[in-house]
Design a protein around this ligand. Structure first.
Ligand code: ATP
Ligand code: PRP
Ligand code: MG
Length: 285
């Protein structure tokens, strides 16, 4: 039986979450850190552990069928691959930063400046589109050190917490793009691989849905039921069950993680009590 080949980062910012996603999809494989090619034991998937920079090229060439990579790397390399879906982790932004004591008013600050970056293509395109000439100095890591050692005036690098900029005396002044991990695929997958990919994507969707949603249970006086049902639309509609105490009901529903606190406030105003919020293991719509 043929297998779908997936490339994931061997070690780095994407590795742990990529492996976690496979595990949450119920895909089991032997956990040998130094074995760079591994087969799942209960799903037709072969896993290759690679440097992240190599993944778009291998996917383009069909050496692997799919891969997990940062959107920033897909944009930088501009290979012929399909971005199948976003995966909701490794969220970061590519930003321009300058020494913190330097005054900044707008992008024309960068005219004629030297910018150190590991993303020369993205940064060059960005400034070309703005009609600003800036000199790009390509370096492959520890970019934030560049201004302090006289290698460049400014930098363009990935930022998440902002801690690295802070510790290196820099401040973020412009955001070039936002990025997260994505699943990429070869443009001409064989039919058998397409079928396996569909089944893998179905599992990923269930995992991502479950991460983005919470199960909620609460008690409410019957006179506020209509209002609460409006606040909690649920997957189809909420479940409403009578409580032993007359005049009260128990309501069960699903809420989106990012709307959660606002919804709780609204529910309390409607007289909801005993609100329980429970993580969802898997969610198939
Ligand atoms: N601070 C961060 N927070 C969140 N995501 C990040 C952060 N830094 C990088 N990423 C994302 O993770 C990807 C991999 O980053 P990492 O630093 O592990 O790459 P690398 O050093 O090039 O690794 P490799 O050794 O595999 O070449 C980046 O392309 C980006 O999409
Ligand atoms: O805003 P922060 O949360 O501080 O994260 C930003 C840092 O993370 C990445 O580097 P990483 O630590 O992955 O090291 P690398 O240079 O080896 O890629 C990125 O290149 C920044 O340096
Ligand atoms: Mg790399």
């Amino acid at each position: 039986m043929s297998k779908l080949k997936i490339a994931i980062q061997k070690s780095g910012r994407l590795s742990e979450k990529s492996l976690e996603l496979l595990k949450e999809c119920g895909i089991k494989f032997p956990d040998f850190k130094s074995k760079l090619k591994n087969s799942a034991t209960n799903f037709p998937l072969e896993i290759l552990f690679l440097r992240d920079d190599d993944i778009p090229k291998y996917v383009e060439q069909g050496i692997v069928d799919i891969g997990i990579i940062g959107e920033n790397e897909v944009l930088e390399q501009d290979k012929n691959v399909i971005v199948v879906r976003k995966l909701g982790f490794a969220n970061c932004r590519l930003s321009l930063a300058i020494p913190k004591e330097t005054d900044y008013s707008n992008l024309s600050f960068f005219k004629g400046k030297k910018i150190a970056t590991s993303y020369p293509t993205i940064v060059r395109n960005y400034f070309e589109n703005k009609n600003i000439f800036a000199e790009i100095v390509e370096i492959s890591g520890s970019v934030e050190i560049a201004p302090s050692i006289g290698l460049a005036d400014t930098i363009a690098d990935l930022v998440s917490s902002g801690g690295t900029l802070l510790h290196n005396g820099l401040k973020e002044v412009e955001e070039i793009l936002r990025s997260e991990a994505v699943l990429i695929s070869n443009e001409n997958l064989p039919a058998e691989s397409e079928i396996i990919l569909e089944s893998f994507l179905f599992r990923i969707q269930a995992v991502v849905n479950s991460r983005e949603n919470k199960y909620i249970l609460l008690n409410a006086p019957n006179e506020s039921l209509d209002q609460i049902i409006n606040i909690l639309p649920g997957m189809k509609s909420p479940t409403v069950l009578p409580l032993a105490e007359s005049g009260w009901s128990s309501i069960h529903s699903v809420v989106r993680e990012n709307e959660f606190w606002q919804i709780i406030d609204e529910l309390k105003k409607c007289g909801a009590e005993g609100i329980l919020v429970i993580p969802i293991e898997k969610m198939v719509l």
